[in-house]
Design a protein around this ligand. Structure first.
Ligand SMILES: [Zn+2]
Length: 278
């Protein structure tokens, strides 16, 4: 928890957000950690099963998304969130999350996505302050790639984003040239104007809805790439795993850190629609 606080201070989370220890005993030993985007029942079951070749459950789960963002009055096992809480407590598994505090940080969700697609010279798209090392932090990142076309860049992004059922949508002329790129992992509607003001050629995010996206494109650049919420945020998990393993090695303690390969997207498959309008 202290390491997570040093990398992703809770004070840098949005005021509406909920970040930190959701379930668990802060004094309990941690020998194994499971990383996942969402605290779903499938992730709780994986936590109970424990690391491969180990009979014991994971000691700790770290997720990006909160479990109880909007508050809860009842947590019976008949409720999915209640089932997660009960399962974790029964098996003495802690649940911790870092959400908007992980979005804005260096080594966080936005920088993981920017690094994955090869952005250089990145700065926050919507700066919100500086971290302990004096680096600017904030929502999203904007940077540059070697000049290419939108079509080729979309192929590249699709090739490196984690495989999921929903894929990548392209909005714009694929022959248009791309050099300056803005990214926001997860739902990025709110930063459409910031991406335009940052003079980006293309904006990669997720969860874009029809009206904001089409009205934005009517207004001109940047072109849009819309991945899934899960695929644009989960690249943070291996980054976090490396940081945790590195910190454990530096402290000469043995902690097993694994990234869950369960795809916690709501969608399970994807079809190209082929009907006709007449
Ligand atoms: Zn998210």
């Amino acid at each position: 928890m202290a390491l997570m606080e040093s990398w992703y201070p809770a004070a840098t989370a949005q005021s509406w957000d909920r970040v930190g220890l959701i379930v668990g005993d802060p004094a309990a030993p941690v020998r194994s950690i499971l990383l996942a985007l969402d605290p779903t029942e499938a992730i709780a079951r994986q936590a109970v099963a424990g690391p491969a070749g180990n009979a014991a459950p994971y000691d700790m789960v770290i997720t990006h998304h909160p479990l109880l963002l909007r508050g809860a009055s009842f947590l019976p096992t008949s409720d999915p969130k209640g089932a997660v809480v009960t399962t974790l407590i029964r098996h003495d598994i802690a649940l911790f999350n870092a959400h908007t505090n992980a979005d804005v940080a260096e080594g966080g969700v936005a920088t993981a996505l920017a690094d994955l697609i090869g952005l250089r010279d990145t700065v926050p798209l919507e700066p919100c302050g500086t971290d302990a090392k004096g680096r600017q932090i904030g929502l999203g990142r904007v940077g540059t790639v070697p000049e290419t076309t939108l079509g080729a860049f979309a192929d590249h992004v699709a090739a490196v984003l984690p495989a999921g059922p929903t894929g990548l949508l392209v909005g714009g002329d694929e022959a248009t040239s791309v050099r300056r790129v803005a990214v926001v992992g997860g739902a990025g509607d709110s930063a459409l104007d910031a991406a335009r003001q940052a003079d980006a050629d293309v904006y990669l995010t997720a969860d874009l809805r029809h009206h904001p996206a089409s009205e934005h494109l009517e207004g001109g650049r940047p072109a849009l790439l819309c991945g899934s919420h899960w695929a644009t945020e989960s690249p943070w998990l291996p980054v976090l795993a490396r940081r945790l393993r590195g910190a454990a090695a530096d402290a000469r303690v043995e902690v097993r850190v694994e990234v869950s390969t369960i795809v916690t997207e709501p969608w399970t498959s994807h079809r190209i629609t082929q009907g006709e309008l007449a």
